[in-house]
Write a protein that binds this ligand. Sequence first.
Ligand code: MEV
Length: 313
Amino acid sequence: MKSKASSPAKVILFGEHFVVYGVKAILCAINKRITVTAEIIKENKISIKSNIGNLELEPNKEISEINSPLKPFYYLANKLLEDQNIGIKIDVKSDIPLGVGLGSSSACCVAGAAAISRLFNKTSKKEILELAIEAERTIFENTSGADCTVCTYGGIMEYDKRNGFSKIESEPNFHLVIANSNMEHSTKSVVKDVKQFKEKDENIFSTLCNKESKLVEDVLELLKDNNIVELGNKITENQEYLETIGISNEKLRKMIQIGQNKSFGAKITGAGGGGCIFALTDESNLRQTMNQFKDENYDCFSVKIDFKGLDTF
Ligand code: MEV
């Protein structure tokens, strides 16, 4: 018996890091996907194949002892096997660049949770999301849950830790140009650095949280009006807050400058410290923005919003 699921990547448009401390964020799913195929096998083992390596282990190993980025898949398979004397084979195919702030690990957790749980019973999206966040916590304990949520439900949404998500019904017709710094980063360690920044000066951090909250409320209004020029200005303003909390660096600043030349606004997306930035464009300045990055030899591509979210076959 086989089951297949696919989940989109994501971009945090506004509010990364602040969302960890309860501020509302705005995210969208993008049209790059990861596909997971899961299959019951007779042998009592969990076997995972992916383009970042393979992992094969017996069930019931201590999770903390597994040192592999594929650990969330093992966690999910082991949990859902419930000591039955069978095994699971998992195959992962991805067109999401890995570990650069585009939600590759969240998309893995969501598509993995869906494909594996459907081998045993039909599970609701809500239950799949809960399982996915549990699996994500095996690699990043303090996740806000925002990334898995948008990878599950797709589209564009507001999200906060306490109240969960609410879909934004307008369908803005923008293109995002994503540029990759190709600098590796670890979400876990950048989130830890921000925690240290907060603990050093609680007042500054709390002022920034208030500013970010206000910015997000303004953005929700601008999205209703599809006011792309003002949205671009808000993106630039959000980038200043990210600079202040110390998640930027020289290379990212240079990329943001390039992005801001022709687009409506550009900022880091995700944890920062490396990874990707995005520039907001429409048909009028998409090509010019892409060319600016290409002229400087940066890896870049354009994406649109994915409205489908998790898909199962
Ligand atoms: C990572 O994509 C986003 C962060 O805000 C962490 C989180 O929300 O869990 C940095």
